[in-house]
Write a protein that binds this ligand. Structure first.
Ligand code: DX5
Ligand code: ZN
Length: 231
């Protein structure tokens, strides 16, 4: 099978101590650090001209750049923004490793986007919200500039600590059946009680925020999830 990558979501960490929180997760056995980049949607604004993607505002390239000075870890950046193209250059410079954008905002320009991401030395990925059909990402896996990972959202993007949506597993299963060696990531509500559903559906990259940071023994949660994927 494909290698397990356990990626704690730093959104659940103490942002005021980001470097030490990152190191703590790596010491606990994390493979990647998942970085949630959000653009602060405002409903009134959004109805008119949709300048934002999610109703939360988190971090951007300056924080990635600061963290990069403290760690060599793979920084798995998840772009919940309406204009991912604008972030390619700054995130590349900042030292991001993976750049995962949303298909909902990139239906027309994904070829250019993927090309630019690769030219900045980052690994391109595409994500989709729970309501978006899996067929929408197939062209991005098979096109001239293919993405190297698909992130299937298992909650509505925007916040940590939400409940895992089991119905999203149909998409993971379909994807795994079609692409046996693709990196398939899941994000939202993953932890000891939901990991087996995701792993048996075929996910190999596991993002987990509240379940890892909220546990008394984060290392134990990480190793339990790894075992489930590797079984
Ligand atoms: C949600 C983010 C997730 C979030 C996951 O929009 O993309 O990465 O931090 O947090 P948990 O694991 O708590 O659901
Ligand atoms: Zn995320």
């Amino acid at each position: 099978g494909v290698a397990a990558k356990i990626a704690p979501s730093m959104l659940s960490s103490d942002f005021a101590n980001l470097a030490s929180e990152a190191q703590r997760m790596l010491d606990c056995g994390a493979d990647w650090l998942h970085m949630d980049i959000m653009d602060g949607y405002n409903l009134n604004y959004c109805l008119l001209h949709k300048p934002h993607f999610v109703p939360n505002l988190t971090i951007g390239a300056p924080v990635i750049e600061s963290l990069r000075k403290h760690t060599k870890a793979y920084l798995d950046c998840h772009l919940m923004v309406t204009n991912p193209l604008d972030y390619v250059e700054p995130l590349g410079k900042a030292g991001a490793s993976g750049f995962t954008f949303h298909v909902e905002v990139s239906r027309d320009n994904w070829g250019e986007l993927v090309q630019r991401i690769k030219s900045k030395g980052m690994r391109p990925g595409v994500s989709l919200k729970p309501g978006t059909p899996i067929e929408e990402v197939y062209p991005l896996i098979e096109g001239e500039y293919p993405v190297e990972m698909v992130l299937v959202m298992t909650v509505e993007p925007g916040f940590g600590g939400q409940k895992f949506m089991p119905e999203t597993m149909d998409k993971v299963r379909a994807l795994r059946k079609k692409y046996p060696s693709l990196d398939i990531e899941v994000d939202g509500g993953l932890g000891p009680s939901t990991i087996d559903m995701a792993a048996s559906a075929g996910a190999n990259c596991i993002v987990a925020g509240s379940s890892v940071f909220g546990a008394p023994d984060s290392a134990q949660v990480i190793s339990l999830m790894r075992k489930s994927v590797e079984e």
